[in-house]
Design a binder for this molecule. Structure first.
Ligand code: NAD
Length: 373
């Protein structure tokens, strides 16, 4: 493969540009050392775009995002823009991007690296070796369902209404993503809903079961109620491989799973859209963390979440699993060697800057690459 892989980098605000600088170095390294070259465009999103053009996502940037094979995003937002109305805020740029690219599947891995096992609030015995993937439906369900709103009833009481609604195709397309992912992992999917008390949950279960029988019987499928899943994630998280669930439950369960790892600066994510005729999906990759205005501009942010997001991009948008693994391995080695950014600092370790973490990961990659050829 060569230069036909199109990337759009939107660094955004706060620590976004700092962590994305390290991602850019990874992109360049892939061209230099692995012959995997990318056509890279950069653009503005969020507060940076508001400053430049008055809107958090310009039409030109949106067009670039649609033309790209994958978008790599840093983070948006900050106190400077907190007072403007919601539709013009930095976050609105990101929401529009997700909507316009029709990114319906949000992938959030929760992985506990050996070197960081003590960063988890849970006992090391429970989380050691954890490697799960939560697939959350992102564009349907109760956050978007109609009717919605707050009304005043005849008796003067106020009533708030939201509607949980899913269709066959919405359920099947996100379940398909989960089954396909599971095929590249341990071939286990747990589908999560509340089929015991919600019709939409019952439909979810029936549709996932039907798709499984028709196309994915080589994958082990189980079902679990969302409340139980919340409990099992704490009791025995390693029982899971891929979890697929709706927008609301996914919102909560993916945050809960994130906390199992104990470190926001380490968590990547991917959001995938509908596959075209060639099987290629629109995709956006971003760290789970925000723009961290409290530490922005000091070169102390952890760049690993953003770097791991690029690894996900290599794996899911470009089928470069070996290169993705190299990035993950290089970071794990650097952490094993005792280097830590402030957010994951622990007694006896060596504190380092964003740039030094990037330098060290690139050096580890060079060594791994020598081993690989
Ligand atoms: P945050 O994730 O930015 O920060 C939470 C805490 O974690 C802070 O103390 C921060 O210093 C720390 N932190 C986060 N990422 C880190 C990293 N890579 N390295 C070291 N420390 C890190 O969340 P917040 O403070 O609630 O929000 C700050 C701004 O970010 C807000 O404007 C919010 O709207 C925005 N935000 C954006 C996104 C996004 O772009 N997807 C996500 C969440 C929040």
């Amino acid at each position: 493969m060569s230069a036909n892989k199109k990337l759009l980098i939107l660094a955004g605000d706060g620590i976004g540009p700092e962590v994305m600088r390290q991602v850019r170095r990874l992109v360049d390294w892939m061209g230099r050392r692995r012959g995997q070259t990318f056509e890279v465009k950069e653009g503005l999103v969020g507060g940076a775009a508001i400053e430049a053009s008055g809107v958090p996502l310009s039409e030109a940037t949106l067009a670039d995002a649609k033309a790209a094979d994958a978008v790599l995003l840093g983070a948006v937002g900050g106190p400077k823009w907190d007072k403007i109305e919601f539709e013009r805020r930095p976050e609105a740029g990101l929401l529009r991007l997700r909507k316009e690219l029709a990114l319906f599947a949000n992938l959030r891995p929760a992985i506990v690296l050996d070197a960081l096992v003590d960063a988890s609030p849970l006992k090391a015995d429970i989380v050691r070796g954890l490697d799960i993937m939560i697939v959350r439906e992102l564009t349907g369900g109760v956050y978007f369902g109609e009717p919605r709103g707050i009304t005043t009833l005849e008796n003067g009481e106020r009533q708030g209404v939201n509607t949980q609604v899913y269709t066959t195709s919405e359920i099947q397309r996100v379940a398909r993503v989960a089954f396909e992912l599971a095929r590249k992992r341990s071939r286990k999917v747990c589908s999560v809903e509340k089929a015991n008390v919600m019709e939409s949950g019952l439909l979810w279960r029936e549709e996932v079961t039907a798709l499984h029988a028709a196309e994915f019987s080589d994958v082990e499928l189980s079902h679990m109620y969302a409340d139980n899943c919340g409990m099992q994630l704490i009791r025995n998280p390693r029982q899971f491989d891929v979890i697929v669930t709706d927008n609301l439950f996914g919102d909560m369960l993916s945050d809960e799973a994130a906390m199992l790892t104990g470190s926001l600066g380490m968590l990547p994510s991917a959001s995938l859209g509908v596959a075209d005729a060639t099987g290629t999906r629109r995709a956006l990759y971003e760290p789970v963390h925000g723009s961290a205005p409290d530490i922005a501009g000091r070169d102390i942010a952890n760049p690993i979440a953003a770097m791991f997001s690029f690894a996900m991009c290599l794996r899911y948008s470009f089928d470069l699993a070996a290169e993705a693994e190299m990035i993950e391995k290089a970071a794990a080695q650097v952490l094993k060697g005792g280097l830590r950014t402030t957010d994951i600092m622990a007694p006896g370790m060596a504190r380092c800057s964003t740039t030094v973490m990037g330098d060290s990961i690139l050096r580890a990659l060079d060594k791994l690459n020598v081993g690989a050829v």
